[in-house]
Design a protein around this ligand. Structure first.
Ligand SMILES: NC(=O)c1ccc[n+]([C@@H]2O[C@H](COP(=O)([O-])OP(=O)(O)OC[C@H]3O[C@@H](n4cnc5c(N)ncnc54)[C@H](OP(=O)(O)O)[C@@H]3O)[C@@H](O)[C@H]2O)c1
Length: 242
């Protein structure tokens, strides 16, 4: 069984790479700015007895998603699990978000997962049980002051996921994980005070760990989720309950 994880070099993606490898998948690891981290994750996969290779492409560029899919297709002729995790959260007040900012945000967070899924569909269709898992955000549902571009991009992912769940059935399931505040580089700018405040605002009393999101992704990627499609799995410590 073969899985491809975008943004597998760090954070939630890296935790997902490790979890899927532990679950028995060969895992292709994507990254861009941190190739050494991607290579490190690939080595961890190989250390677990599975095969792995690295795909290094800028998913914020126009050509990056198609090039990444071509890189993958040169190595594998089929794919069982596609995890669209790469993303970035830029905070800017709404009046200062330019069209270029919006386009850059949408390129990485919407265009890339959209195009990668389209380009890799022929490989997914060769799987006996294809799985696509998108990574959205709690902010798609809660809204984000100073993050209108990011929150709207992550909301687009939910519509994309639900649409593809219907269109790609019955051969491929399509689901979304919506993390809340998770302890990765995305929260690295937090002061200790801000981190404490975040924890206090969450019913489970703390921010989440990347591995806890990886567990949810791995569930949706597994045979245990064979009758789950079009779902959004919230992994947010109860901070928002829909
Ligand atoms: N952490 C949270 O609180 C939280 C909450 C809700 C949703 N999320 C979502 O969860 C996903 C993973 O985030 P994270 O918290 O794990 O963040 P992270 O630690 O910053 O990791 C982001 C990943 O995306 C990749 N990436 C970023 N820009 C890229 C680009 N231009 N081209 C290719 N790859 C790129 C990075 O790879 P390189 O560094 O190698 O380029 C990295 O592997 C994102 O979609 C994020 O929006 C996170």
């Amino acid at each position: 069984m073969r899985a491809f994880v975008t943004g597998g070099s760090r954070g939630i993606g890296a935790a997902t790479v490790r979890k899927l490898a532990a679950d028995g998948f060969d895992v292709a690891v994507h990254g861009f700015h941190h190739p050494e981290e991607a290579e490190k994750e690939a080595a961890i996969v190989r250390g677990l007895g599975r095969s792995s290779f690295v795909v290094l492409r800028d998913l914020g560029s126009a050509a990056g998603p198609v090039d990444a899919a071509a890189d993958l297709a040169r190595q594998w002729d089929s794919l069982d699990v596609l995890v669209l995790n790469a993303g970035a959260y830029d905070r800017t007040p709404f009046p200062d978000i330019t069209d270029d900012d919006l386009l850059a945000c949408y390129r990485l967070n919407v265009f890339a997962p959209f195009a990668l899924t389209r380009e890799l569909l022929p490989l997914l269709r060769r799987s006996s049980a294809g799985r696509v898992v998108f990574v959205s955000s709690q902010l798609a549902f809660a809204g984000s002051p100073r993050g209108a571009h990011y929150a709207s991009a992550k909301a687009a992912i939910v519509g994309l996921s639900r649409s593809l769940a219907k269109e790609l059935a019955p051969g491929i399931t399509v689901n979304t994980v919506a993390p809340g505040s998770i302890d990765t580089a995305i929260l690295a700018g937090d002061t200790p005070e801000r981190r404490r405040e975040r924890g206090l605002a969450i019913p489970l009393g703390r921010v989440g760990e990347a591995a806890e999101v990886a567990d949810a992704i791995a569930f949706l990627a597994s045979g245990h989720a064979s009758y789950v499609t079009g779902a959004t799995l919230h992994v947010n410590g109860g901070s928002r309950i829909d």
